[in-house]
Write a protein that binds this ligand. Structure first.
Ligand code: ATP
Length: 247
């Protein structure tokens, strides 16, 4: 990693990024800026490349072109561990927790690659979600779906990240629990963490986010302020269901 950017640069700057799976290219020149302490909603139909973008940014799959700068450093080609240590934490689709382990054990495991004081990290996790502190000895698999998402989010927030990429956290949750997920991400945002949110509930995501990026077939179809991402635009790119009228 090399230092390149002055303080005024966005926290994350993605330029002309390409990535894929072996010979199958899935991202075609994606560019995106994420200012510090801001939220960006990444929307798009199934297979548009949203999760691939998240994986490429967090170093889970190699990029094949373009550049990624994070917190003033070029992280293009850096390992997932190095990117996480730099403060970019990815919450993959699915909760990524170990159902047979307790809340506490799940949190401890999340710290395995981080050079961070565990006591401080636990305080931070339970500060965001006090209900988890009461359940620290409970097996994660016996938590409700919403509590499992809180655990998943606290595993990301406990390492004091500068940016969290949340991939479809509300997938499969009842509406009330979807609200709880958004509340959790709002708390992170209020604490100064930038958020990239990949969401099926487009209307909710846009209400939450400052900026919106719509992907289509691996490329940016539209990007701009969430205030400009109205119903007609969403309908055009996402269709009636994807516009998230129900969300
Ligand atoms: N592990 C993989 N191996 C090969 N191709 C993949 C893999 N994961 C995704 N793809 C392909 O990459 C493209 C983008 O998929 P991706 O999962 O990023 O889309 P998405 O927008 O996140 O979709 P969804 O909303 O369904 O999660 C698709 O054509 C998909 O088939």
């Amino acid at each position: 990693m090399t230092d390149t950017q002055p303080d005024t640069a966005p926290l994350l700057r993605v330029h002309n990024l390409t990535a894929g799976y072996g010979p199958a290219q899935a991202l075609f020149g994606v560019s995106l800026d994420v200012p510090a302490r801001s939220a960006v909603a990444v929307l798009g139909p199934n297979g548009a490349g949203k999760s691939t973008l998240a994986r490429a940014l967090s170093g889970l799959i190699p990029t094949t072109g373009g550049s990624v700068e994070f917190a003033g450093r070029t992280i293009t080609g850096a390992s997932a561990t190095a990117i996480r240590r730099a403060g970019l934490v990815h919450l993959p689709e699915g909760r990524g927790i170990f159902p047979g382990l307790t809340v506490q054990e799940n949190l401890r495991l999340a710290l395995s690659v981080d050079k961070i004081d565990p006591a401080e990290a636990f305080d931070r996790a339970f500060g965001f979600f006090p209900a988890l502190a009461e359940r620290r000895k409970q097996t994660a698999g016996t938590l409700s779906g919403g509590e499992q998402q809180m655990l998943s989010l606290s595993r990301a927030l406990m390492v004091n990240p500068r940016l969290v990429i949340a991939d479809e956290m509300s997938l499969g949750l009842a509406p009330m629990l979807v609200d709880a997920v958004f509340d959790g991400l709002r708390a992170a945002l209020d604490a100064g963490v930038a958020v990239i949110m990949i969401e099926q509930f487009a209307a909710k995501a846009i209400a939450f986010a400052d900026h919106c990026l719509i992907l289509q077939r691996g490329a940016v179809a539209w990007s701009g302020s969430s205030a400009r991402a109205g119903g007609e635009l969403l309908h055009r790119y996402l269709g009636a269901a994807g516009a998230g009228v129900s969300g």
